[in-house]
Ligand binder design. Structure first.
Ligand SMILES: C[S@@+](CC[C@H](N)C(=O)[O-])C[C@H]1O[C@@H](n2cnc3c(N)ncnc32)[C@H](O)[C@@H]1O
Length: 218
């Protein structure tokens, strides 16, 4: 509730909608599809953060990589608003925000081999058995990540839940990815990462590369 109250307060500020409007991709058309060259007005490697929260990581990363384009997506309407205001405030040409379920984006709205990197940090673990269906990671989702990444593209993942980490990493490898040596850059940088690390919690992170020779989805 405190989170929602804070989001409403930010949204009520005089220039909030204007700032958010600079980066929000409209979702009120008859068909909502993601066409990165149309959104960014150029062709550049695309990095997507799924469940970007308040954007601590992606704002910083987009600012330091102007040659890449960045899409921050969020499921929660309240969080998306805060994210959009913060991204709008950053004033970056290469950063956009959309409110969308990451599963819909990956499974239906992105073309094959259209993404250079995915970032997924601290996806909700939904620990109760009856809530497992809400989890982001499933084998079809992992297959969608594989399909939409370009050959050589990379998926960065972190979670604070050891069992979920094991399940996610197994699903990702099962989809055809090879574990990579790179550190997941958001694993120490997102809002939740900073909170967990400050509290002394363990963080489980890894990166996975789609083989450069992969031509079609498995
Ligand atoms: C635990 S928070 C982590 C936020 C951020 N990644 C961080 O590390 O600070 C998980 C976020 O994922 C979002 N989320 C949950 N399910 C999602 C989905 N299916 N698609 C997109 N975002 C989702 C939630 O709204 C929430 O903001």
């Amino acid at each position: 509730m405190a989170r929602l109250r804070k989001a409403a307060k930010i949204w009520a500020k005089p220039n909030a909608r204007e700032l958010a409007g600079q980066v929000m991709i409209a979702d009120d058309g008859p068909v909502f599809a993601i066409n990165p060259p149309a959104i960014f007005g150029r062709r550049a490697p695309l990095e997507i953060e799924i469940g970007a929260g308040k954007g601590e990581f992606i704002i910083e990363r987009a600012g330091t990589r102007p040659e890449h384009d960045f899409l921050a997506i969020e499921l929660s309407a309240a969080v998306t608003r805060v994210l959009a205001v913060r991204c709008g405030r950053a004033g970056l040409e290469n950063l956009r925000v959309a409110r969308i379920d990451g599963r819909t984006l990956v499974n239906l709205l992105l073309a094959d081999a259209s993404v250079a990197a995915y970032h997924v940090y601290f996806p909700d673990p939904w620990p109760k058995g009856r809530h497992l269906k809400h989890r982001l990671f499933t084998p079809p989702f992992a297959a969608g990540i594989f399909r939409t990444l370009e050959p050589g593209g990379i998926a960065y993942i972190a979670t604070d839940v050891r069992e979920y980490a094991g399940e996610i990493f197994a699903m990702i490898e099962g989809a055809g990815f090879i574990r990579a040596a790179e550190l997941a850059p958001g694993a120490r940088q997102t809002g939740f990462a900073r909170k967990y690390l400050a509290a002394g919690k363990a963080v489980y992170s890894a990166s996975f590369r789609k083989p450069a020779r992969a031509t079609s989805p498995r």
